[in-house]
Design a protein. Structure first.
Length: 310
């Protein structure tokens, strides 16, 4: 099964200004529509390292839903456990500034409750032989409980990201059962009810180490955009991973690619700083790549001695 990823699919509608962006004004530009969603992106990113992940998700019972399945299958993602249901996909509407950063966004979440039934019926065959599990913490609470139950049953490592911290904040207790949780600097501030945006990496690292220890979270990684990322374990291990210097085209999906790389590294035997380094390389490849051009890597490029499955 490779790495199993569970999460939602979104349609991303993205607007880019053709000249200097004017906040609150009318901006001429271009508008693109692409497939998105944290875990959909993660599944594709993992597949682009020539691994063969399994994506457990929902799509609309429309042509758009089938397009999502077809594209992932083309990347050699196992799509057997993607079900078509009404309102199966969400929508993310975003406007970008001239630096490639999101300056305004609105999202409509899909109804992910059918995932609970899907896991009830097929959870054993999905998780029994997988290499690890990655999922969105802000899925339905019943779904999260099922994922953690199966992980414990089959002794699988579990890694989590989020797409909506306001929902994830209600699931703080789950973080103690997750092998590594990844979020950005602003989301970490929300989680720990503090303001972290002003912190440089070294201070953020020290603060994270204290928070992780006091909250009994096994491991946590916080991304900091162009300043890199910091990590900390409850056992006291902590550190800073510098960001790769690249020309920014679009920062969308960079955090998802970082999460994907970190999951790949931790799943296949790398240390936490080594795994974060893989995440940093994948994030850089997404940031500096034009839309619809997916960079591909071989496992050996990341020091992973994993047979490639054709």
């Amino acid at each position: 099964m490779g790495i199993v990823i569970i999460g939602a699919v979104f349609v991303d509608i993205k607007g880019y200004p053709l000249s200097t962006y004017i906040p609150g004004g009318r901006n001429a530009g271009r508008v693109e529509q692409v497939h998105g969603g944290v875990c959909r992106n993660v599944a594709e990113d993992i597949a682009n390292v020539e691994l063969r992940p399994t994506f457990v998700s929902l799509v609309d019972n429309t042509g758009s839903g089938q397009d999502v399945i077809d594209k992932l299958a083309k990347h050699k993602v196992n799509t057997r456990y993607i079900e078509k249901v009404p309102d199966g996909m969400g929508t993310w509407l975003a406007v970008f500034d001239n630096d490639g950063d999101v300056c305004a966004a609105i999202s409509k979440r899909p109804d992910t409750t059918p995932l609970t039934k899907l896991l009830e019926e097929k959870g054993d065959e999905i998780f029994a032989d997988c290499d690890s599990i990655a999922f969105e913490l802000d899925l339905e609470k019943a779904t999260v409980k099922q994922i953690l139950r199966y992980a414990k049953k089959y002794n699988k490592k579990v890694y989590a990201a989020i797409s909506n911290m306001s929902i994830a904040m209600e699931r703080r207790a789950f973080l103690q059962e997750i092998d590594c949780f990844v979020c950005n600097q602003q989301e970490a501030g929300l989680l720990f009810s503090d303001e972290y945006d002003h912190m440089a990496p070294e201070e953020m690292c020290r603060t994270l180490a204290v928070n992780v220890h006091s909250a009994n979270i096994p491991c946590m990684v916080v991304t900091m955009g162009g300043e890199g990322a910091v990590y900390a374990r409850s056992n006291g291990e902590s550190g800073v991973v510098p960001a790769k210097k690249v020309d920014v085209i679009d920062t969308t999906g960079a955090g998802d690619a970082f999460f994907a790389g970190t999951v790949i590294g931790l799943t296949y035997g790398k240390t936490l700083p080594e795994a974060c380094e893989i995440g940093s390389r994948l994030a850089a490849s997404v940031i500096c790549t034009a839309e619809n051009v997916c960079p591909r890597f071989r496992p050996l490029e990341f020091g992973l001695n994993i047979p490639v499955v054709d």
